[in-house]
Design a protein around this ligand. Structure first.
Ligand SMILES: [Zn+2]
Length: 227
């Protein structure tokens, strides 16, 4: 081999090595973020996480009527405002509410889910109070729809149940449009039964609502792995 050929071979060798190093490095970075995306459905490339809080019902849609003739729509808004108040203090979280007052939201155009999708939200939490014809039924239950988001519902449920201290009625799959049509991890929380007189009285208590709000925030932070 003459000198010129030797130099060329060495040059090609170095360039190939550099390309290889760059490709490996690039792949590692993408691999890491993709892994997180697949596991939790989160976009971890963003600096902050958008969390949507959805107070159930509103306006002429009063939701359940509690034993004391309280409306579910008022309970959900009261609790959601407390969640908003606590979550807002988190640097890495931006909170958005589907309604901030007694506004009626039609279910026809699936606005609640659309709101979260158009926002490109990271998490969606719908807050409700339950109802049943028998006043004896009581407890906390949580709903999800997409299997891949079940783990989010489980984490939220675990936190909420520990703060309500109510009967643990479990995490259930149900075709509810807010969890079905949201593109991000979503959950519908039925905090307790407004048709159970004892449970309703507890749910109306401000201190109780703050402790539940706190647990919802704990669940969010646990899922997002932020401290
Ligand atoms: Zn409801």
């Amino acid at each position: 081999m003459n000198k010129r050929v030797k130099r060329r071979v060495r040059f090609i060798g170095i360039v190939s090595l550099l390309i290889l190093i760059f490709l490996t490095w690039n792949n590692n970075i993408q691999g890491d973020t993709n892994k997180q995306d697949d596991d939790k459905g989160l976009d971890t490339t963003e600096e902050t996480f958008k969390v949507v809080i959805d107070p159930g019902h509103g306006g002429k849609d009063v939701g359940a009527t509690g034993t004391s003739s309280l409306y579910e729509k008022d309970f959900t808004l009261s609790l959601s405002k407390k969640v908003n108040e606590i979550l807002e203090k988190e640097e890495k979280i931006e909170v958005y509410m589907t309604r901030e007052d007694d506004t009626f939201i039609s279910t026809e155009d699936k606005y609640r889910a659309k709101f979260a999708n158009e926002l490109d939200a990271d998490l969606y939490i719908s807050i409700h109070g339950n109802t049943f014809e028998s006043p004896n039924v009581s407890g906390t239950e949580s709903y999800y729809y997409h299997e891949k988001f079940k783990s989010f519902a489980e984490i939220m449920h675990k936190n909420v149940v520990s703060s309500t201290g109510f009967n643990d009625r479990g995490v259930r799959k149900k075709d509810l449009f807010v969890v079905r049509y949201t593109d991000m991890p979503s959950v519908l929380l039925e905090i307790g039964y407004l048709t159970n007189p004892q449970e309703e009285q507890i749910m109306l208590n401000d201190e109780f609502q703050y402790s539940v709000a706190e647990s919802i925030c704990d669940g969010v932070k646990e899922y997002l792995e932020i401290e």
